[in-house]
Design a protein around this ligand. Structure first.
Ligand code: SF4
Length: 361
């Protein structure tokens, strides 16, 4: 495996850029129960009036996930969100998540209006992989198939041969490797490294990480496991290798949810964003779910297992985006057309494979 050789000054400037974005990640205003109920009711009316569907990620607040389900919208991981948005017959998609999810929805559904509660919700992976740097990196490695994670800008997707989500990354890498193809992987180094270790593919890695998953530490995990010796550890592959090595199951958010139902354990320690606990507990009310410990010594950690950008999605901002409407996603037509190709390739591949749950368990 090769690593992209970043000068340390480049890494330092990337971290500074992430911190600058974090400083602008606003926490939503708390609402009273009656305000929240009124707001939900207004949103439900607006969704019907505008023929809109709410599509929410597992990492968003419980109230948004409940609203999506109550209103015949959808809650899922980024691959499932993209598929639902593409297949449903709404005029408007409201995407509660982070910006790349809204962009993906718009690319796959160019005739639909795609709104977001906030356009300020970004992702450390997207920030750390600007097209101005990524384009030349790809140009320098023309012998490699360019595989990018969904957590990237439309411009980066437009430069890729494949887009993958964490639920399909292993299958695509295995497929390419069997064809003798070498991979250029961006941006998440932990997921890319996991893909390389698991499939044996020849992978050249970009150097970026998720600020939430990077803060899960093996030492803290070992401590908590001593307290809960019968608990199974479920980890998202954006976590560091030392954490994945301790996990009983490694997989995407949807795969983690399935594993929690399938495994016989009564207790689980979960190393991913704690927004997922809403769905885990909803599906298995008798089981106990424990947040894997974080050790945020790095200055970028404000998360404590919750993405500060996912947290910017609120009932209030959702109502605002639907009533005016505001925060529509726009993508330059040429970029959208080029990004559509690797995204469609992923969806076609997923349909062909009828992907089974993957992981170590
Ligand atoms: S949890 Fe990590 S990967 Fe997901 S949006 Fe937040 S920063 Fe990005």
């Amino acid at each position: 495996m090769n690593m992209h050789d970043f000068p340390s000054s480049q890494l330092a400037s990337d971290q500074q850029i992430v911190r600058d974005y974090l400083s602008r990640a606003e926490a939503p205003r708390p609402m009273s129960a009656s305000e929240s109920a009124d707001c939900k009711s207004e949103i439900l009316t607006l969704l019907v009036k505008r023929n809109a569907r709410l599509v929410a990620h597992y990492y968003t607040e419980s109230v948004l996930q409940e609203l999506a389900e109550e209103s015949e919208g959808f809650v899922g991981d980024s691959l499932e969100m993209a598929k639902f948005g593409h297949d449903c017959d709404a005029d408007i998609l409201v995407v509660a998540g982070v910006r790349f999810m809204g962009e993906t929805a718009k690319i796959l559904s160019p005739d639909k209006t795609v709104l977001m509660p906030t356009l300020g919700a970004t992702c450390s992976l997207d920030i750390a992989c600007p097209i101005e740097d990524f384009g030349p990196f790809c140009d320098a490695h023309p012998d490699r198939e360019v595989v990018v994670y969904a957590n990237t800008s439309a411009a980066v997707k437009a430069r890729a041969d494949w887009v993958v989500t964490s639920s399909i990354a292993l299958d695509v890498a295995e497929y390419l490797s069997e064809q003798g193809k070498k991979i250029l992987w961006a941006p998440d180094k932990h997921l890319g490294s996991y893909v390389q270790r698991t499939t044996g593919a020849d992978v050249l890695l970009w150097d970026a990480a998720c600020i939430v998953h990077e803060e899960f530490k093996a030492r803290g995990l070992a401590d908590i496991r001593r307290l809960h010796p019968d608990a199974a550890i479920l980890a998202h592959p954006e976590s560091p290798q030392s954490v994945l090595d301790m996990a009983d199951f490694v997989g995407s958010t949807t795969q983690i949810i399935s594993a929690s139902q399938r495994l016989p354990n009564d207790e689980f320690i979960v190393a991913t964003d704690k927004g997922i606990f809403h769905k885990l507990q909803q599906i298995s009310p008798a089981k106990t779910f424990i947040v894997a410990p974080t050790a945020g010594e790095d200055a970028t950690c404000r998360s404590c297992a919750h993405c500060p950008w996912m947290a910017m999605n609120s009932l209030e901002s959702l109502r605002e985006s639907l009533s005016n409407p505001v925060n529509a996603i726009e993508i330059a037509p040429e970029v959208a057309q080029n990004a559509m190709k690797p995204l469609t390739r992923m969806l076609d591949f997923a349909a062909e494979q009828q992907l089974a749950v993957r992981g170590k368990a």
